[in-house]
Write a protein that binds this ligand. Structure first.
Ligand code: FES
Length: 104
């Protein structure tokens, strides 16, 4: 499936991501600036923060309870589409997904 990250300033990075891969791992593998994934996807660093584009928010869904608490610690301002991208898995139905990398 195709995923596009929109960087602060408007540049875009698009990539094919295999189903089952986390979108943090996919971003790190492609050196998407601003997505660090310091804890390796263990839900303890919040450096994989992205904002799901409005059109996609319903399909991606909201954060779980612990992720929600972690999102309160993110460096950039939290927005309505904020998610930790290690908690989003590439899956059927998300082809074309757009994620916004927040400015920190
Ligand atoms: S990679 Fe650390 S919380 Fe997502």
């Amino acid at each position: 499936m195709k995923v596009t990250w929109i960087l602060p300033g408007g540049a875009e990075v698009s990539a094919e991501v295999a189903e089952g891969q986390s979108l943090m791992e996919a971003a790190v593998a492609r050196n998407v600036p601003g997505v660090v994934g310091e804890c390796g996807g263990n839900l303890s660093c919040a450096t994989c923060h992205v904002m799901v584009a409005e059109d996609w928010a319903a399909r991606v869904g909201g954060p779980g309870e612990f992720e929600d608490a972690m999102l309160d610690t993110v460096e950039a301002a939290r927005g309505p589409g904020s998610r930790l991208s290690c908690q989003i898995t590439a899956r059927d139905g998300l082809d074309g997904l757009v994620l916004i990398v927040p400015e920190v």
